[in-house]
Write a new protein. Structure first.
Length: 675
């Protein structure tokens, strides 16, 4: 049933002298409304035919056609159905044509009355791809080609063509349509319209103005959208250029403040729990007081609290008319603005009339706030567009902050890795050197023994002794080295428990004495550690290790005629302080810290007679730090004796827990590697 013949083309064929014109959709809307209004204004009409491209266009006008049907003899409405539009006879005739019908591309309105006739016969021009690319959504700029006229001859011809098309779809209307056609043939002869054109012209202008207003509104929203995109883009670009949060805030606050022409724009970092921030980044409009450097109260700021609670933007158009911002202690309201020490709330102090606060959030974590203040006497109503713009910027700032954070972490990690790598290289170099020395001695001794079978027995004994003692030195060195690596890697698990210090000291003393048994005579060792001292909270085995090393050193660097003392006291805080002092060779004041470095030995390993690896004190410092204490050395210089102090946390008394004893502990520790 569908018909591919265009009504416009059929009309042009019938009346070849006609010239078409281009109309925008907005003009056709205005013309159609003005024509319909003529009927509604009471100008008698015999026939009205309106053809809509789609049912949805008709729906917008359906109420008008109901009223038009009361004022015209015959009304026909055509449309391509989309939902429930169908061919039926009710208040007026509706004709549902096939969507493939040429009518679906056209827009017609024909009005014929005794004193007035007008028609609009237009066909939509397909937009070129260029046109649709420029404004794909601008419905108002769709173009039509056709004829709009009051010429009764043309109007009647158009009506005839449309009536024929109606008959195709509604043959049962043949009688009614026949009547209309007969009327038309008499009216064709009646000549020109006999009507005052002014009301029509006035209505037309009004509709055109309305169309224009719609266009301006659409243009405004496109401009706002574009401005928003530009702003978001420029801030995104700034973010890409910088990974410094300060730089990002500086740019964002300026761009946003300028774009929205607010009196004051603030951007700052904060957490939910912050009570104050110091303002650093601000955009200021003319004649507004700056907040830079000021402590900005958050803890008792109800707007901030509302933002934190809701995790979304909160705004107030008129702070003076917002009781929960101003009143103290109201039950339903959030807490009042604090900072009234100078007699005025920040609203008064900083003249905030309208206030917008948008959170910078990343994965539910508050990272900061964007604030806009209007301080002018006239209130400002925050618009959807402003809100969505600030929210978009806040999102970008959030991403930037997270990026910057990740970058800073990465830099930190990188530095740590570099430091670790340096330490590792140093260690390898130093350890290599320290191991090579005893190894060369062993090699020389063994080579001599192998190549000189006739070597005297005493010399052979000396050689063997030398090789053995250097092998022992190597063993100790490797063991100390592994212990230190373990401690430095942070993998050591401390087994803290309440212990009597005296027990640890006794164990250390017996191990020192056992080690020195076959060596030279030891200096006199005095112990002043009261059993009454409070228990220490520590890992006994590691503490014994430290005390043994300190006592070992004290004996090593003190003549047998000298004295070594170990004493302990409460140092006033929550620590016990242990001191191992000797009357030995002492330490130069500028070496008091260096002695804790790895492989530090005053005389250098080659010239050393006392043995040792140079790792002892480095190990002690790692252990004591790990146990939550401190270790340091004191000496008045050469031959003035030395004092090594260390602190250990006192056990905070829990009556139900008895002290542990070291004897019960399993021997050996996973953290200490035995060689
Ligand atoms: P080691 O004793 O194996 O050489 P340490 O790390 O224990 O290594 O000590 C490092 C250096 O600190 C020693 O070589 C020595 O020069 C100095 N030192 C340590 N304890 C004392 C002390 N009680 N008196 C004088 N010097 C000391």
């Amino acid at each position: 049933m569908s018909n591919s013949t265009s009504i416009l083309e059929a009309l042009l064929q019938a009346l070849p002298d006609l010239r078409t014109q281009i109309y925008f959709k907005s003009s056709l809307t205005a013309l159609s409304h003005a024509m319909e209004d003529q009927i509604l204004a009471g100008v008698n009409s015999t026939l009205v035919i309106a053809s809509f491209q789609r049912e949805r266009f008709y729906r917008q006008e359906a109420h008008r056609y109901l009223r038009i049907s009361e004022r015209a003899d015959q009304v026909y409405v055509l449309a391509a159905p989309e939902t429930d539009f169908a061919s039926r006879t009710e208040d007026y005739e509706t004709i549902a044509f096939e969507p493939t019908d040429a009518l679906a591309q056209e827009w017609h309105l024909v009005v014929v009355g005794p004193r007035y006739a007008a028609c609009l016969v237009c066909k939509e021009r397909q937009a070129t791809s260029e046109e649709s690319a420029i404004q794909p959504a601008a419905d108002q700029s769709r173009r039509f080609e056709g004829i709009w006229t009051f010429d009764r001859r043309i109007v009647c011809k158009a009506a005839e063509l449309l009536l024929d098309r109606i008959l195709l779809y509604r043959p049962e209307l043949a009688d009614k349509v026949g009547k209309a056609k007969a009327e038309l043939s008499t009216k064709t002869r009646t000549g020109f319209n006999n009507l005052d054109p002014e009301p029509f012209a006035e209505r037309l202008v009004t509709y055109l103005q309305a169309g224009q207003y719609k266009l301006i509104k659409a243009y405004r929203s496109i401009t706002a959208q574009e401005r928003k995109e530009r702003l978001v883009n420029s801030i995104t670009a700034a973010i890409r250029r910088s990974l410094d949060p300060n730089e990002i805030f500086k740019i964002a606050v300026q761009e946003l403040g300028q774009a929205l022409r607010v009196c004051r724009c603030l951007i700052y970092r904060c957490k939910e729990t912050d009570t104050h921030v110091t303002i650093q980044h601000e955009y200021l409009g003319a004649a507004v007081e700056s907040l830079v450097g000021q402590e900005w109260n958050l803890g008792s700021n109800p707007l901030f609290q509302a933002v934190v609670q809701r995790q979304e933007a909160v705004f107030v158009d008129d702070t003076q008319a917002t009781p929960w911002l101003l009143n103290d202690g109201s039950e339903v309201s959030p807490p009042s603005l604090g900072d009234r020490s100078n007699g005025a709330s920040p609203i008064q102090r900083w003249q905030i009339q309208s206030w917008l606060m948008v959170p910078v959030i990343h994965q539910s974590r508050l990272l900061g706030i964007v604030e806009l203040h209007n301080c002018r006497a006239t209130l400002h109503e925050w618009t959807e567009a402003e809100l969505s713009l600030v929210e978009a910027i806040a999102t970008q700032i959030g991403v930037a902050l997270i990026q910057a954070e990740a970058y800073a972490n990465l830099e930190d990690l990188n530095q740590q890795l570099e430091a670790l790598d340096r330490t590792r290289s140093n260690l390898i170099a130093i350890t290599g050197h320290e191991l090579r020395t005893p190894l060369s001695t062993i090699q020389v001794c063994l080579e001599s023994l192998a190549s000189e079978p006739d070597m005297p027995a005493e010399l052979r004994q000396v050689m063997l002794q030398s090789a053995l003692s250097d092998a022992e030195r190597m063993r100790k060195l490797i063991q100390d080295f592994l212990t230190l690596s373990e401690l430095e890697s942070g993998r050591v698990k401390w087994h803290l428990e309440p212990l009597p210090l005296r027990e640890c000291v006794d164990l250390a003393l017996s191990s020192v004495r056992a080690r020195q048994l076959h060596n030279n005579r030891l200096p006199e060792i005095t112990t002043q550690v009261s059993p009454e001292l409070p228990l220490v909270q520590t890992d006994g085995e590691w503490l014994v290790e430290v005390l043994s090393k300190l006592l070992d050193n004290a004996c090593k660097f003190t003549d047998p005629d000298g004295r070594v003392t170990i004493e302990a006291h409460e140092n006033g805080g929550q620590m016990l302080e242990v001191t191992v002092s000797d009357t030995g060779r002492g330490i130069e004041p500028n070496r008091l810290e260096v002695v804790f470095d790895r492989f530090y030995q005053e005389e250098g390993a080659l010239r050393r007679t006392t043995g040792g690896t140079g790792l002892g004190l480095a190990i002690c410092r790692q252990i004591i730090n790990g146990l939550g204490g401190r270790i340091w050395a004191e000496s008045n210089g050469k031959d003035q004796g030395s004092r090594f102090h260390l602190t250990i946390p006192i056990f905070q008394n829990e009556p139900s827990r008895p002290p542990a004893t070291l004897a019960k502990k399993p021997k050996g520790k996973a953290a200490k590697s035995q060689v």
